[in-house]
Unconditional design. Structure first.
Length: 258
């Protein structure tokens, strides 16, 4: 039996009757001593499979937060790029090497990893902003304040980006609360594997005692249906890749015509 090929939904559908009180399938298993002893293990495996699924308590709020995070991050990243570019430009415009080195040092203080910092996760960006606040020296702040921008100074731009990073961190905390303690992929795999072992054991015991043949047939039918669906070819839509496109006539103007 290819129980491992079944989806989690198929697994739950198969064993739901076995864990439902007063259901005939459960009664059939309870009537056989060796499978009756496995029912508590089956109930635990079934429950773990249900619990291993991620959930969202407020899907609409989660979607709203994701849009907010995206918009804030776009502005946050633009500010980082702008500060990097302006401080780098000031270094190039400096008349002496000492001033150039000063601007370069402040740029590297703000963005040690350069523009690659825009590729970090929202939580990492929030944490980096706190680190930046701690390492900005009074001298660096003064230099940033001297460089004017269309909307203030570079010091204002750095302050804005740190504030936006803080907002991203807060939104991520709320988002985590909505998602809940989502199980890890490893937890889901473990729950599926335990369910498979349990059902295989029940099937083996039914084979051994020759009882509850209806349940045994249902296990086989579910596995066969899964294998059959996996082997069925997926029809290609009309015009799918692989179809020869109709020939297209292209007229190339002659050199004289050009």
């Amino acid at each position: 039996m290819a129980l491992k090929d079944m989806s989690t939904a198929q697994m739950i559908h198969l064993t739901s009757p076995w864990v439902t009180k007063d259901h005939p399938d459960r009664a059939a298993l309870a009537a056989i001593p060796c499978t009756a002893a496995l029912l508590p293990i089956l109930e635990a495996a079934h429950a773990d499979l249900l619990a291993a699924q991620p959930y969202v308590s407020e899907p609409e709020r989660l979607s709203f937060l994701q849009v907010q995070e995206r918009d804030i991050d776009l502005r946050h990243d633009d500010l980082m790029r702008g500060v990097f570019a302006m401080v780098t430009g000031m270094a190039f415009l400096a008349r002496d090497m000492e001033t150039r080195a000063l601007y370069t040092a402040v740029r590297d203080l703000c963005l040690p990893d350069g523009i690659a910092a825009t590729q970090r996760t929202y939580k990492e960006e929030a944490g980096e902003a706190l680190l930046l606040k701690a390492r900005l020296t009074p001298e660096a702040r003064a230099l940033l304040a001297r460089v004017k921008t269309p909307e203030g100074s570079l010091a204002d731009a750095v302050g804005d980006w740190m504030a936006l990073a803080g907002q991203l961190g807060q939104l991520e905390e709320e988002r985590d609360g909505l998602i809940g303690s989502a199980p890890r992929p490893a937890d889901r795999r473990a729950a599926r594997n335990q369910w498979i072992r349990t059902v295989n054991t029940i099937a083996a015991n039914l084979d051994l005692v020759g009882g509850a043949s209806v349940i045994r047939e249902r296990i086989e039918d579910s596995a066969r249906a899964t294998a059959r669906r996996a082997s069925e070819p997926v029809p290609e839509p009309e015009g799918a890749p692989g179809d020869d496109p109709p020939p297209v006539e292209v007229t190339v103007p002659s050199a004289a015509a050009a």
